[in-house]
Design a binder for this molecule. Sequence first.
Ligand code: TXA
Ligand code: MG
Length: 339
Amino acid sequence: MLSSDDLDTACTALKQGEVVGLPTETVYGLGANGLDPQAVGKIFRAKGRPQDNPLILHLGAVDWVDRYCQDIPESARRLMEVFWPGPLTLILQRQPLVPDVVTAGLDTVGVRCPAHPVMLELLRKLDLPIAAPSGNLSGKPSPTTAKSMLEDMDGRIFALIDGGDCQIGVESSILDCRGQPCLLRAGGVSVEALEEVLGQKIALGPDKENPLSEQNAPMAPGMKYPHYAPTAPLTLVIGEGAETGDFIVKHQKRGEGVLCFQEYQELFSENIYKILGKENDFTQQAKELFSALRFFDGTNVTRIWAQCPKEEGLGLAVSNRLKKAAGDSVLSLENQVKT
Ligand code: TXA
Ligand code: MG
C-alpha cells in the first residue's frame, strides 16, 4: 500500500508497465498506462475481466481530449466544461493511437477526467492517459475504500495508493452524445443535471432495466455481465419506504439480513441490518452502497433484503446497481391495490 505522498513510485511503476490501484472520487480503479497494450492486458488478467469489455481512459485535463478523441461534438465540449473534472464518462470517436485492447476493438473510446486530487496529480505527473476499470474482481461490488480494493487485489497488482474513502461511491455516468444523447450507465452525475446543461432530454440506454435481455443488445458492453453481487442472494423491494419496510418484516426469515433506510432501522433490530442512508438522501446512499453490500460478505446471512430508493437524482444510479445485484429477484409493491 502506498501513501498518497508517494506518487513518484506509482508514476515510475506505471511507466514501466505495471498495474496500480488508484483512488478516484467515484470508486477505486485498477490503472495502467493507457497507451501501452501489454500493461493494459495485465488489467484484464488481474480483474478476471472479459476482453470484449472496453476500459475508460482517464485524462489529466480537459484539453487532453483532442489527443485521444476526434469529431468531438459541441454538446460534449459543453459537458466537459461543466462536469470535468468529475464523474462523467463520454463516449467519443477515438484517435488511432488509442490501443485496441483499451476499446475492445470499438472505434469509440470512453474518456473522463477524474476529480480526485491524488489521481489528478498522478495523471499530470505521468502526462499519459490511465486506462482503468473499477478495482473489484469481475462481478463483485466496486471498491470505495483502499481496504476493500486490497481484499480483491492483494497479490494481483504492483501497488495500491490509499487516497481515503471515495466521496461519490458509485461509478461515473456514461453518456454517448455523438448523436441523440444516450445514457449508457447511470452514475455520479444525475440525468437531470445532464439534461439541464444539454437543454434536451436524454434517451436511457435500452439495457437500463434489463441488462441481460437478448433483444436489447447492450450498448456499454460491460452492462451485460453480472455485476455488484455480494455472496448472499439479494432481493430488492420497490415501493414507498414504509411499505417495503413492512413487507420485508413480514417475509424475512431468521438469518436473513436487510439493507434499509435509516428511518426504518427499528423494524429490523432483531436481525443483521445495514443502513443505506436516509430514504431521500441519494448522495448518502450512493456513498454507502458498495461498502454496505460488501459488509454482508463478512456476515453469514443467507439472503439480503433491500429497500430500493426512488429513481431521482443519484437514486437512479443506486437503484440501477441494486437491480443488477438482485438479478431476477426484484419485487415491486407499486401499482398494487391497497387494502
Ligand atoms: O467511475 C468510473 O467510471 C470508474 C472509475 C475507476 O473511473 N470506472 C469504471 O470502469 O467504472 P468499468 O470498467 O468498471 O466500467 C466501464 C464501463 C463498462 O460497462 C464498459 O463496457 C463501458 O464503460 N465502456 C467503456 N468504453 C466504452 C465504449 N467505447 N463504448 C461503450 N461503453 C464503453
Ligand atoms: Mg466495474
